[in-house]
Design a protein around this ligand. Sequence first.
Ligand code: GLP
Length: 241
Amino acid sequence: MKICRAKDYKELSRKAANLIRAQVVMKPDCILGLATGSSPVGTYEKLVEWYKKGDIDFSRVSTINLDEYRGLTPDNDQSYRYFMNIHLFDHVNIDKSRTSVPDGLEPDAEKACRDYDAIIEKSGGVDLQLLGLGHNGHIGFNEPSDEFPCGTHCVDLTPSTINANKRFFASEADVPRQAYTMGIRSIMLAKKIVVVVSGKDKAEILQKVVCGPITPQVPASVLQLHPDVTIVADEEALSCM
Ligand code: GLP
């Protein structure tokens, strides 16, 4: 694992965006695996800024998002499809038909997961996967469990995740209790992985992810086994290391 140090969130976002820009420059028709949450927002802001200056071209890029809440419509302002539209897709020259997010409205969970795995498979593989890190070590919505899940699956969100994500909703009761998420195997198959981690509240879990045992109880610890992971973190997030 490579650690790329940033002094603060702004610098972290610029560094992570630079890694994505390098990927798009080197392979204009690349597949980007994208993440939601507050951590990558600054990264997307930088990419939009550079797009407006003519410094990055998304016209041949395809994207596959990690996860989606079960039961939210794409136009619900808390859905991850909506998040991606407002933070990136609506502001750059990406062909939205080449952007994939799990179908949160598919009531048949098995079908939703099967369909998403087929999309991942058909894409030929993610070139660069961007990840955030949950407070309990989750990536995507792969929550701590007794095993590393392989493919896309439907998860019951843990109280910790519901609590962390309630800030985006009117109340905790409004946070969906389930989500569809790409599995750990699919994440690990990405050629390159970039994890953005910011803030003191992530310092303890980041230390466990990087230096602790590899265990499905800390899902992101599996990244220690991946040959090309860059953790872009600010000083606060690195304060326990
Ligand atoms: C959600 C998302 C994750 C994200 C995590 C951390 O649970 N499903 O992909 O990494 O939140 O979010 P934040 O960056 O806001 O701390």
